[in-house]
Design a protein around this ligand. Structure first.
Ligand code: BES
Ligand code: MN
Ligand code: ZN
Length: 465
């Protein structure tokens, strides 16, 4: 799978970006025969439209690609990714500026992703020369992080159970010499992580917590927590068939945390990074946790189980409480937490929750800059009481059909106190139907935005800010 740009400069077939309506005026720029090719193909330069221009010997000498007007409301900054599925193998280059060359080049890489573990895919893909003035290596590292998350999410649970997901985390931690600890099975009880144990104990593979630390000890502490439910049957509150179908993706939060960690470590971001992944399978067995059970949590709050399908918030509660103990500068969690988030914002726009207004504003800015959209939703205090337990400190569900993503976020927040700043992402982690640079299947959401933000905020080692 080529996640690399083509070597060389100016040798590839030129791709000319055009907007509808400017074809005639620009004809002199293009090779001979372009006018005839435009006419023959009735090419109008509409957004996403591609024209391959043949030379005298029939070989392709140029490509014309239609872009939306820059001010178009529904402009897709990744539209250029479409070329990867349209063009034949070969080397190409941007002949003129697109609206945003950096995003267009990244879209090219992101569109080159193929999940090949179980079925061979088209091997030879078109390759792009790094557009002038761009840091190709950095774009490749970003793409590599995204591909890691997509691969982990796409791999089905029979090959991506707790053992395999732990192995993926260990491999990454080792690559960057991170300090790693894994707590498994009964040891979770001994180490006071009772909710992770309760949720995961029915799985054939033991529940576990992966914990790794990387970077300069006195650098600002940034901690990532990711929901690692390798498969979510719903537990005894079993999901209906349609709801269970893509629940291999319920470790998408852990995959996102690993993807972001890989980008930050590769870039040498000057932070003390910690990654905490509670990893379980929400399975059904005689040992499964039940509705009505009451468990202690790491923080000391007792939790009644209103629904075993609200398992993500339980394992995150213990991981967040542990993360919070060292009062990190910034605590971020990623989780495919609620169906309600999809109802509210759809699959492509993950909600985030934070009390930190300035962080929220920065995230909104970077989200647009790197085309990794996210949307703030409120930690609406008046709903917090819905989580109060009748015979326990709290219940894991709010009881009603409303505001499911908000109440899940409020549940998590009860376990965070000391972190200077905390943000929760309720991700979908999945593209239901392909769009340019976003193939159908597992998707890495919010991570490129955070990577850009964290690099801007904390810089990289050896770099003059
Ligand atoms: N993993 C699911 C959430 C989910 C479902 C994400 C579908 C993406 C698509 C989570 O564990 C879950 O089952 N949540 C329940 C919570 C409910 C029982 C309060 C939900 O959203 O229905
Ligand atoms: Mn669930
Ligand atoms: Zn789940």
């Amino acid at each position: 799978m080529p996640i690399h740009f083509a070597k060389g400069q100016d040798a590839g077939v030129p791709i000319w970006f055009v907007e509808a309506g400017e074809l005639d005026a620009r004809l002199p720029q293009w090779p001979q025969g372009t006018a005839a090719a435009i006419q023959m193909a009735q090419f109008a330069g509409k957004a996403g439209e591609t024209l391959m221009v043949p030379g005298p010997d029939g070989r392709m000498v140029a490509v014309l690609f239609g872009l939306e007007a820059p001010q178009a409301r529904n402009r897709d900054p990744f539209l250029v990714g479409k070329l990867v599925t349209t063009l034949p193998a070969g080397v190409y280059r941007f002949a003129n500026a697109s609206h945003d060359d950096r995003l267009a080049a990244l879209a090219w890489l992101l569109a080159s992703y193929r999940f090949t573990r179980y079925k061979a895919q088209r091997a030879e893909l078109p390759q792009l020369e790094v557009p002038r003035g761009l840091d190709g290596a950095q774009l490749e590292e970003i793409a590599a992080g995204v591909f890691l998350a997509r691969d982990l999410i796409n791999t089905p649970a029979n090959d991506m159970g707790p053992v395999a997901l732990e192995a993926a985390a260990v491999q990454l931690a080792n690559k960057y010499q991170a300090k790693l600890e894994v707590i498994r099975g009964k040891a979770l009880l001994a180490q006071n992580l009772p909710l992770i144990h309760a949720v995961g104990r029915a799985g054939a593979q033991e529940p576990r917590l992966v914990d790794f630390i990387w970077g300069r000890e006195d650098a600002p502490k940034v901690t990532l927590v990711g929901k690692g439910v390798c498969f979510d049957t719903g537990g005894l509150n079993i999901k209906p068939d349609a709801g269970m179908l893509i629940m291999k993706k319920d470790m998408g939060g852990a995959a996102s945390a690993l993807a972001l960690a890989s980008m930050l470590m590769q870039a040498g971001c000057d932070i003390r990074l910690r990654v905490l992944l509670p990893i379980v399978e929400n399975a059904i067995s005689s040992d499964a946790f039940r509705p009505g059970d009451i468990y202690p949590s790491r923080k000391g709050l007792s939790v009644e189980i209103g629904n075993t399908d609200a398992e993500g918030r339980l394992i995150l509660a213990d991981a967040l409480a542990l993360a919070d103990e060292e009062a990190p500068q910034l605590l971020i969690d990623f989780a495919t937490l609620t169906g309600a988030a999809r109802v509210a914002l759809g699959p492509d726009l993950p909600p985030f929750y934070t009390m930190d207004d300035s962080l929220a504003a920065q995230m909104a800015q970077f989200a647009i800059a790197v085309n990794d959209p996210v949307w703030r939703m409120p930690l609406w205090e008046p709903y917090d009481r819905l989580l109060d337990g009748k015979i326990s400190d709290l219940n894991n569900i709010s009881g009603g059909p409303f505001a499911g993503s908000i109440t899940a976020a409020l549940f998590l927040r009860r376990f965070v106190e000391k972190a200077k700043s905390y943000v929760h992402f309720d991700l979908y982690g999945w593209t239901p139907s392909a769009r340019p640079a976003r193939p159908e299947g597992g998707e890495c959401q919010s991570v490129r935005m955070l990577y850009a933000l964290l690099l801007a905020k904390y810089g990289a080692k050896g770099q003059i800010a």
